[in-house]
Design a protein around this ligand. Structure first.
Ligand SMILES: CC(C)(COP(=O)(O)OP(=O)(O)OC[C@H]1O[C@@H](n2cnc3c(N)ncnc32)[C@H](O)[C@@H]1OP(=O)(O)O)[C@@H](O)C(=O)NCCC(=O)NCCS
Length: 339
């Protein structure tokens, strides 16, 4: 007896996107004194003008729940229609149970598969690739994919390489069945030679009772800015070309480029190296949102669709990259205009 194919010839697509930005806007001027910098320097080197930071009473899951509610409603669904939740984050402050199960409990989603993904700034694209595979192969029907971060809890305000880069926010998409192919091949990979280039230290074990806590600092993100910059510009551009080719497309077929929002100079360099034509609309959400790690692609997607409603249903190239160093990306059909 042959095993039954659970979902013959089924495709998947992004049905909707939702976003949430915490209300507090933090301008560069608020951060520059402690790192001997200037608004001009930060804008010139990164493109960032302002970012949002959550308050002490707002958690990463509060933001995720807000973004998820919007995405589910825009898909024309109710929370009970969701059968799988994938939550990409590096800032959920509990080792277990997972952030995805907290979202399930708070949205009253019963019985759903729920798990978290730790792939840093590539987490959303990894999760989207998994959601696509799950819907296509029949292990899920409606997947809620969340990218959310409260990185402001893990920033050293005196660190000149990070304090002005990272920010808070949440984005979510619902992935569901579709007749046409709405999500192309996901290319995922890593470059572990550069594993130390971005890291959050120390580890939990360092805080174990009995450890010497005298000089132990709160865990914060550190990075070797130049190393990350060079890697992103050279290696991620090659990944982008592979994604387009594996999707059976050429750069001229892409309507929008929505990369991880790490640095506007990286975004420009990637677009140039991949020979994206001038007609491609490039997401530059970094200017007012900063680098929100796993949240950055869905946040940028939502902002771009708000600004350019004609992009609904058009083809976009997504690429995430970050600590590990890891990367993932795919070409997608952007969600349709919500009814
Ligand atoms: C962090 C980053 C903005 C630093 O810019 P940079 O040009 O590489 O900075 P460098 O460390 O080489 O320092 C260059 C000069 O700027 C100064 N500088 C460094 N940080 C500064 C800051 N925050 N403000 C003002 N001056 C600064 C240095 O002192 C140095 O001065 P000098 O030329 O007089 O010696 C940049 O490396 C970067 O964006 N990297 C990518 C990071 C990233 O995207 N990470 C997330 C990936 S998911």
């Amino acid at each position: 007896m042959a095993i039954k194919n659970p979902a013959p010839s089924r495709n998947a697509r992004i049905l909707s996107v939702g976003a949430y930005r915490p209300p507090r806007v933090v301008p560069n001027s608020e951060l520059v004194e402690r790192i001997d910098s200037s608004d001009e320097w930060i804008q010139q080197r990164t493109g960032i003008q302002t970012r949002h930071w959550a308050g002490a009473d707002e958690s990463v899951t509060d933001m995720a729940v807000n973004a998820s509610r919007i995405a589910i409603a825009r898909a024309g669904l109710t929370p009970q229609d969701i059968d799988t939740i994938i939550f990409a984050t590096i800032t959920y402050p509990y080792q277990t149970p997972s952030a995805s199960t907290e979202v399930a409990a708070r949205l009253d989603i019963k019985g759903a598969a729920a798990f978290d993904i730790g792939a840093a700034c590539a987490g959303f694209s990894y999760s989207l690739g998994l959601a696509n595979d799950m819907v296509r192969t029949g292990s899920a029907t409606h997947v809620l994919v969340i990218g959310a971060e409260k990185i402001s809890d893990f920033i050293d305000l005196d660190d000149r390489a990070t304090s002005f880069i990272f920010a808070d926010g949440a984005g979510a998409v619902v992935v569901g069945p579709s007749v046409e192919v709405g999500i192309g091949a996901t290319i995922m990979g890593s470059d572990v030679e550069n594993r130390d280039a971005i890291a959050m230290v120390p580890s939990w074990i360092d805080y174990k009772p009995g450890s010497d806590l005298t000089n132990l600092a709160w865990p914060v993100i550190h990075q070797e800015g130049q190393k990350v910059f060079r890697w992103a510009v050279y290696e991620v551009a090659k990944v982008g070309k592979r994604i387009i080719a594996e999707s059976g497309l050429s750069p001229a077929d892409i309507a929008a480029f929505i990369p991880h929002q790490a640095n506007e100079r990286i975004i420009d360099s990637l677009a140039k190296s991949m020979d994206l034509p001038e007609s491609v609309i490039v997401a530059r959400d970094i200017r007012t949102t900063g680098n929100t790690s796993a949240a950055s692609i869905p946040l940028a997607m939502d902002a771009l669709l708000e600004e350019h409603p004609d992009l609904h249903g058009k083809t976009a190239l997504l690429i995430g990259f970050g600590a590990g160093l890891v990367y993932a990306g795919q070409v997608v059909e952007l969600p349709p205009q919500p009814k």
